[in-house]
Design a protein around this ligand. Structure first.
Ligand code: CA
Length: 649
């Protein structure tokens, strides 16, 4: 490698001006060094382990083997320079369950780092582990996936592993752990089902797990997890699970086996599993393994040579660079293949480039086209040119990737960033058209009603997620102390989500009007704020039942799940409605429905309304009858804040 030998790397962390020869920041660098082999990391067999590390700017590299996950002296073995900036070693003894790191000499400095491709980890993710993945499979581990006819049939339920069983009354043995949530038959106050059984009783199709990859020790120390809480949006090692949810975080196999047990438990209940992935930034731009191994390469920088901050987390990864892109794709495939993950939710997807997202979609399609992709496609400022950002504005080039519909969210409940701001359910009738756009699945419906999606599977409809106030806390700020009104507004909000075209998304606890006691962003609040309060679930069993009935309604009516924008345009008709209301029909067996016509009314007005229904046949009550005074011929008399659904059979 003549070019390589001529290089004289002298790299300051993060300063593009400090390189000579081929700069790590140049496209030329990728042209010379991007390595597309599939053997990066430690490939184990009982007869030997092959190591390959990509570190083009290193002048020497070593493998360090340890007996423990922390402390002790390592045995250092030189890696040999190989092609395209890689370093390799084949070790002929059985290294199963040995801990390891790499050391690289960059300029004058030796850096020790965990292999970014490490599949297993020691305590706090400070060392990798050479692992026989087959030995991590729990009993009953199988590849059978719960059925899913079409992505549009998806109903997502977002949860944090620890929250689900951390409450003292959760009934789980391993509270806050993977195994706590994998436990069947747990009960809470008044015998209410908790954890896994509760989720399975709702009728959702997918759970979405907040970060389960290894995240920063500063957020949660795996040695003392009870001392701190965190959502986990600060990735440390991407390809192995977080240890604080494991029964024994010191045992490298514990976290892997127990997460697999959890995934299998969901699959056995007919529920698919989406993983929240955070490739857009790292926990610390300077201390992350990527930076120790190839300083400057994996992150984006401003023109002034400072770390770019599009993520507001102090650093932003460079998905458009060949080896970062390859890492993301390889990592996704690792989770999909090894853990049978059924979907990926991309944090701040708008910071990734369009091409990377397209490559991930194609790679997953080769494996299993039913694997979902969704992400936060916010229009955010970053170093990428606007046409390259994987956001709502570029949705036409992001086919079969869902994007969270913040427009519908804000229209329904009001701004999440300004507590008292009222939305449609709070009486802001002028937001009717914004609600209609969401009802139509954010597609082009007509010149007045168009949001961003080309097809309905590109929109994720929601009014509550882990971010910001819970819907209950937000609506309390809108409506004040009148809990009955807050409850009615809350129910209507969820009803809009569950009947709109597109993919609906619920936040865990939304079904019992979860409160975080007014804490706006609880990412590091204690368990007492974040846990699923099963006493509240027991008290609000009728609200839980309401959400169950909504989910059932959606599952029984394909009219709410039309597969194409063309179908929506031809079967969905907006109808005349009083102020503070939206009404529409889904006509002529929409989506292959068994009902000929459906009529849906979102009535956000606390008083009475008398409506004239379209003359399409004999209207009958389907949902929300407790808010109907009378239904006579084509006259409907309703009262109070609620959703009412009628049908013509
Ligand atoms: Ca960790």
């Amino acid at each position: 490698m003549a070019v390589q030998q001529e290089l004289d790397f002298d790299i300051d962390y993060g300063s593009p001006s400090a390189t000579r020869g081929i700069s790590v920041f140049s496209q030329e660098f990728d042209a010379h060094f991007a390595y597309m082999g599939d053997d990066l990391g430690a490939v184990y067999t009982p007869d030997g382990t092959s190591f390959r590390l990509w570190a083009p700017t290193a002048s020497q590299a070593r493998l360090v083997l340890y007996r423990e996950g922390e402390g002790g002296d390592g045995e250092e073995l030189p890696l040999e320079r190989s092609y395209r900036g890689t370093w390799a070693l084949h070790h002929t003894s059985d290294l199963r369950n040995r801990f390891y790191t790499y050391k690289v000499l960059v300029g004058e400095q030796w850096n020790e780092a965990v292999d970014p491709y490490a599949k297993a980890l020691g305590i706090n993710g400070d060392r990798g582990v050479i692992v026989d993945m087959a030995a991590t499979n729990p009993q009953g581990w199988n590849k059978v996936k719960p059925p899913l006819d079409d992505s549009i049939d998806t109903i997502i339920y977002e949860l944090h592993v620890r929250d689900m069983t951390s409450h003292p009354a959760s009934g789980a043995v391993h509270k806050g752990k993977y195994l706590g949530l994998a436990q069947a038959g747990t009960c809470g106050p008044d015998g209410v089902a908790t954890g896994l059984d509760h989720i399975a009783s709702l009728g959702i199709t997918h759970v979405q797990l907040l970060p389960i990859y290894d995240y920063s020790t500063l957020s949660v120390d795996e040695r003392t997890p009870e001392e701190r809480y965190n959502w986990g949006y600060d990735p440390k090692n991407y390809n192995a699970p977080e240890g604080s949810y494991a029964v024994d975080p010191y045992d490298p196999l514990s976290r892997i086996r127990e997460l697999k047990q959890l995934i299998q438990a969901f699959h056995d209940r007919g529920i698919r599993v989406i993983m929240d992935v955070v490739y857009n930034h790292v926990y610390d731009g300077y201390r992350i393994n990527f930076t120790k191994l190839v300083p400057g390469y994996y992150l984006r920088y401003t023109e002034n040579g400072e770390l770019a901050d599009g993520s507001f987390c102090g650093n932003e990864t460079a998905s458009e660079r060949q080896m970062m892109r390859k890492f993301i794709v390889d990592s996704i495939l690792h989770w999909a293949q090894e853990y049978h993950i059924d979907g990926f939710r991309f944090d701040l997807m708008g910071l990734h480039d369009v091409e990377t997202m397209q490559i991930i979609r194609q790679s997953l399609d080769r494996l299993d086209p039913s694997i979902l992709m969704l992400g936060e496609g916010w229009a955010m400022e970053c170093e990428l040119p606007p046409q390259d950002r994987a956001n709502q504005g570029n949705a036409p080039r992001l086919k079969r990737i869902g994007q969270f519909n913040d427009h519908l969210r804000n229209a329904v409940k009001g701004s999440p960033f300004f507590g008292p701001d009222s939305g449609f359910v709070g009486g802001a009738g002028y937001l009717g058209d914004e609600v209609r756009k969401g009802v139509a699945g954010a597609i082009y419906y007509n010149d007045q009603l168009y949001s961003y999606a080309s097809e309905p599977d590109q929109t994720i409809n929601y009014v509550e997620c882990h971010d910001n106030y819970t819907l209950w806390d937000k609506l309390k700020l809108v409506a004040g102390r009148d809990e009955e009104t807050v409850k009615a507004m809350h129910r209507l909000s969820t009803a809009i989500v569950m009947t709109s075209q597109g993919i609906p998304f619920l936040h865990a606890g939304q079904e019992f009007m979860r409160t975080k006691q007014g804490v706006e962003n609880s990412y590091q609040s204690p368990d007492t704020i974040n846990w699923m309060d099963w006493s509240r679930a027991a008290k609000r069993w009728d609200d839980v039942e309401f959400v169950r009935q909504l989910i059932k309604l959606r599952r029984e009516h394909p009219a709410f799940r039309m597969k194409t924008a063309a179908d929506i345009r031809s079967h969905l008709r907006f109808e005349a409605a009083p102020e503070q209301s939206v009404a529409y029909t889904l006509r002529d067996y929409a989506g292959g429905d068994t009902s000929r016509h459906l009529y849906i009314l979102y009535h956000a007005c606390p008083g009475d309304s008398c409506l004239t229904l379209p003359e399409l046949g004999q209207w009958q009550l389907r949902f929300g009858g407790e808010h109907v005074h009378s239904l006579t011929g084509n006259r409907l008399h309703v009262y109070g804040i609620a959703m009412v659904v009628l049908e013509v059979l």
